[in-house]
Design a protein around this ligand. Structure first.
Ligand code: FE
Length: 289
């Protein structure tokens, strides 16, 4: 154990936004030049596709350049197709970690699960300048291949990073990410070392808990549904409330500390590079293989 606990720095109330073709979602943050959560650019939570909202059209073919998109599903699925020739279904508990590199075109079509809902998350992770034009890469991990550790009322699915000696299946990502789905039984406690200097957030989507450690040693009370931004330190602690479970995704990564220029589905380092992306799309030279 170490002695530099992370405190809660900010609690974000997600905004409701409509993206793609009529997908209603909760956005905790989106790409901006200020880049406050470097290396993370965007975090979306889709959980609102009740039947009353009508058919889900999804995200018809669109480009990405300069980023990674990470889709983690809880319920329902997303059918996808891309310019690398990948076709598949991201089902409940599966993860797709897509590195657009210099250019990919893909479509993402959500489909309801048995309860009529689509639930899941999409995270955008930045790429460093030196890798923005790299070849696209695609990692898909099915639910059964994501290690799950259950101990003392704490259940952790490790997508990326290391928990209790277990390393997640998504590797070789520039941002050196941690990505974990954590479920705590009432009053149980989660502890994780997170490298000093890495941006660290937790998205609480079920229940309530106490996050971080304040000066009195106690955490800050947070209820679903909120994005918790941690300050600096070398570990995080979260305790579920005594009368409620808590479920959250914990995400951390190493900032690149480079200027960024976001433009829709592209995130580059200069305006010239954005103009180039648009020119490449127009000229049919966008897609990298
Ligand atoms: Fe996309």
């Amino acid at each position: 154990m170490t002695n530099s606990p992370r405190k809660v720095e900010q609690i974000v109330e997600p905004d409701f936004v409509i993206e793609g073709a009529d997908v209603l979602l909760r956005r905790s943050f989106g790409p901006s030049r200020a880049n406050p959560f470097d290396p993370f650019l965007l975090f979306d939570h889709f959980a609102f596709n009740d039947p009353i909202e009508g058919p889900i059209t999804g995200f018809p073919t669109h480009p990405h350049r300069g980023i990674e998109t990470v889709t983690y599903m809880l319920e329902g699925n997303v059918r996808h197709r891309d310019s690398l020739g990948n076709i598949g279904v991201i089902g409940p508990g599966d993860v797709q970690w897509m590195t657009s590199g210099g250019g990919i075109l893909h479509e993402e079509l959500p489909k309801r699960g048995p309860s009529g809902q689509v639930k899941g998350f999409q995270l955008w992770v930045n790429l460093p300048a030196a890798q923005k034009m790299s070849p696209p890469r695609y990692q898909e991990v099915d639910s059964a291949s994501i290690p799950t550790i259950e101990k003392n009322g704490v259940k952790v699915r490790v997508v990326a990073g290391k928990y209790d000696g277990v390393v997640g299946p998504v590797t070789e990502i520039a941002a050196k990410p941690l990505y974990m789905d954590v479920t705590l039984e009432p009053a149980s406690e989660f502890y994780l070392s997170v490298p000093e200097g890495h941006s660290t957030v937790a998205y609480l989507f079920e229940g309530e808990g106490f996050f971080g450690e304040g000066d009195d040693g106690g955490g800050e009370k947070v209820k679903e549904v909120h994005m918790v931004i941690f300050g600096q330190g070398d570990h995080v602690r979260v305790q579920a409330a005594s009368n409620s479970h808590a479920r959250f995704v914990l995400i951390a990564g190493a900032p690149f500390q480079e200027a960024i220029v976001p433009y829709g589905p592209f995130v580059m380092n200069t305006e010239e590079e954005i103009k180039q992306a648009l020119a490449d799309l127009r000229d049919g030279t966008f897609v990298q293989r």
